[in-house]
Design a protein. Structure first.
Ligand code: KG4
Ligand code: ZN
Length: 352
């Protein structure tokens, strides 16, 4: 089976060709960072137009690089949500048109399901596993029991963790996208313990997250410092922020390990995905946690941790193998929780 995957839910246009033998024949991603950088964040209208301009060409290139033509495809899968609606519409309409013209099955993939299953494309990971999804739009702990079986154990009640990194970097004048810039600045800190920041939610029951208070506390720490911030002050603040985030992620995930085992006794694997999984401190701390607990730690390779189309093609393959497909009247879903039974988190971001 060969599936074309399409990703357009945020600021990256992606097309990939993946087989059920776990071969990634091509995986092309076009970043719009330069288009959005002047605004310090993603502008939905600009994103939708950029997807429209580039998607057709990207699909043609993905097919060419894979050395297959449309006739070789078994199905077309596209992100059907959650995400910025303009972009999702572009991807879904393109996939439906190809499916209709070629008589192929169409699969509307939940972008979060793409993140949740991507580890199975590159490693042999069996059900059940615990997923920590840490991206620009989400911060969730999910118990993954099978394709379509996702139980949300915890989520952010305000900002997503990547969003918190981006806002913190903006406060510190470190540029966009903020996560990598903040990590680089933190590495140059000479007094990482100089500023005390809170650990929101740490020690509380359950495993929900909150990051907006941390950002506010960071803002308060700036008061009284010479402006514009010196590189040294920015580095020390960045280090303090990164440590606080890592502490919170470890505290909440430690609780989730126990909740996951209670719900699925065989669960012994933690999978981390999403852009923030690229952060070295976060990764090291979570690895140490799983090591202590006797769990296995898995993270997809960095290129598959951040948004990409291979994970959408793979989720399509997982569903196709089970005989699933979607109707061509599928309506794009800007909000689409993976676990429909979970209460909607107040103010949680819509992108993934
Ligand atoms: O998964 P992703 O590529 O896109 C979605 O949001 O779906 O995640 C992007 C987020 C951004 O907020 C970015 O600042 C953050 O991941 N990020 C990082 C790092 N690299 C990317 N945050 C902290 N440290 C990093 N090294
Ligand atoms: Zn994502």
């Amino acid at each position: 089976m060969i599936v074309l995957g399409i990703e357009t839910s945020c600021d990256e246009t992606g097309a990939a060709i993946v087989t059920d033998k776990k071969e990634i024949l091509s995986n092309i991603i076009l970043s719009q960072i330069a288009d959005h950088a002047p605004y310090g964040g993603v502008v939905p209208e600009i994103a939708a137009r950029a997807h429209l301009d580039h998607l057709d060409g990207l699909i043609a290139e993905a097919l060419a690089r894979a050395g297959v033509d449309l006739g070789a495809l078994s199905a077309v899968a596209a992100t059907g949500g959650p995400g910025l609606i303009g972009g999702v519409i572009v991807g879904v309409m393109t996939a439906k048109a190809l499916a209709l013209a070629r008589g192929l099955p169409f699969l509307a993939i939940n972008h979060l399901e793409g993140h949740a299953l991507s580890v199975r494309l590159t490693s042999d990971v069996d059900w059940p596993y615990l997923l920590l999804l840490v991206s620009g739009g989400h911060c969730q702990l999910l118990l993954v029991e099978h394709v379509g079986g996702y139980r949300r154990l915890g989520t952010t009640i305000d900002d997503a963790v990547g969003e918190a990194f981006d806002k913190a970097a903006k406060l510190l004048g470190l540029g966009y996208p903020g996560g990598p810039a903040l990590e680089r600045a933190a590495q140059t800190a000479t007094a990482p313990g100089r500023f005390a920041l809170p650990r929101p939610m740490a020690g509380r029951p359950g495993c929900d997250f909150s990051f907006s208070g941390l950002k506010t506390a960071l803002g308060r720490s700036l008061v009284g410092l010479p402006q514009p911030l010196s590189a040294g002050d920015a580095a020390d603040l960045a280090a303090a922020f990164q440590m606080a985030v890592a502490d919170v992620l470890v505290d909440r995930t430690a609780r989730a390990l126990a909740l996951a085992v209670a719900a699925a006794p065989g669960c012994r694997t933690l999978v981390v995905a999403g852009g923030v999984a690229a952060n070295r401190l976060v990764r090291t701390r979570l690895q140490a946690l799983t090591h202590q607990a006797g769990w296995r730690f898995e993270a997809p390779p960095l290129g598959l941790c951040t948004d990409n189309a291979a994970m959408i093609a793979w989720a399509g393959l997982e569903r196709l193998r089970l005989g699933q497909r979607d109707a061509l009247d599928f309506a794009p879903r800007p909000r689409w929780p993976l676990d429909p039974a979970a209460p909607r988190a107040p103010g949680a971001g819509v992108k993934a």
